[in-house]
Write a protein that binds this ligand. Structure first.
Ligand SMILES: [Zn+2]
Length: 174
C-alpha cells in the first residue's frame, strides 16, 4: 500500500481521455485500487480518478457511508433533468473551489474490482462526486464547468500559469 503522488494542473494527463480497462486486466490492478483509496483518504478526498495519479485508465474510487467504492469503466446514464448547484474542489486543483451545476440523480454502471458488474443509482452529494470523477476520465475538470470560482481564483491563475503553491485542503475535494 502506498500514498501516490497527485498530479495537479497543468499536468497533461489530466486532459487526456482515459482508456477502458479490459476485464482480464482488472486483477492486476488491485494494488492500484488500494493505493488510490489510501491516496484519497490521506488527502481528505471524497473521490479520486486514476488520471489524478498519472494512470490513464477508466478507474475511479469514492468514499461512501458504506466504505470505499471502486469502479472500473464507470458509465453514467439517466442523468436527472433536475440539477443543483454545489461547491466542488479537486485534489488536482488544490485550494480552488467553485460552484458547479450537477444532476441530482444518476444511474451508475461499471465493473467492481472483483470483476462483477455493478449497477446502482446515486443521489445528491454522492451523485455529484461520481459526475466529477467520471469527468476526469474524459479530461474534464470542474473548472471547465463552474460558473463561479468561490475560492482560490488567483491560485488557479498561478497554477495555470505553471507556478506551484502549497495548500491545505479544508473542504471536500475529489
Ligand atoms: Zn477532481
Amino acid at each position: 500500500m502506498a500514498v501516490l503522488v497527485l498530479r495537479v494542473i497543468p499536468d497533461p494527463v489530466l486532459r487526456q481521455t482515459a482508456a477502458s480497462v479490459a476485464l482480464a486486466d482488472i486483477p492486476k490492478l488491485k494494488s492500484l485500487v488500494v493505493d488510490m483509496v489510501q491516496t484519497m483518504d490521506a488527502n481528505q478526498g471524497v473521490g479520486l480518478a486514476a488520471p489524478q495519479v498519472g494512470r490513464g485508465l477508466r478507474l475511479i474510487v469514492a468514499s461512501t457511508v458504506q466504505g470505499p467504492l471502486a469502479l472500473f469503466n464507470p458509465v453514467l446514464s439517466r442523468r436527472s433533468l433536475r440539477t443543483e448547484l454545489g461547491e466542488e474542489g479537486c485534489l488536482s486543483i488544490p485550494g480552488v473551489y467553485g460552484r458547479v451545476r450537477r444532476s441530482v440523480r444518476v444511474a451508475v454502471s461499471g465493473v467492481a474490482p472483483d470483476g462483477q458488474p455493478m449497477r446502482f443509482t446515486a443521489k445528491g452529494f454522492f451523485a455529484r462526486v461520481l459526475q466529477h470523477e467520471v469527468d476526469h476520465l474524459n479530461g474534464v475538470l470542474f473548472i471547465d464547468r463552474t460558473k463561479k470560482i468561490t475560492t482560490g481564483r488567483e491560485r488557479l491563475e498561478a497554477m495555470l500559469g505553471g507556478t506551484t503553491a502549497g495548500y491545505s485542503a479544508s473542504q471536500p475535494s475529489g
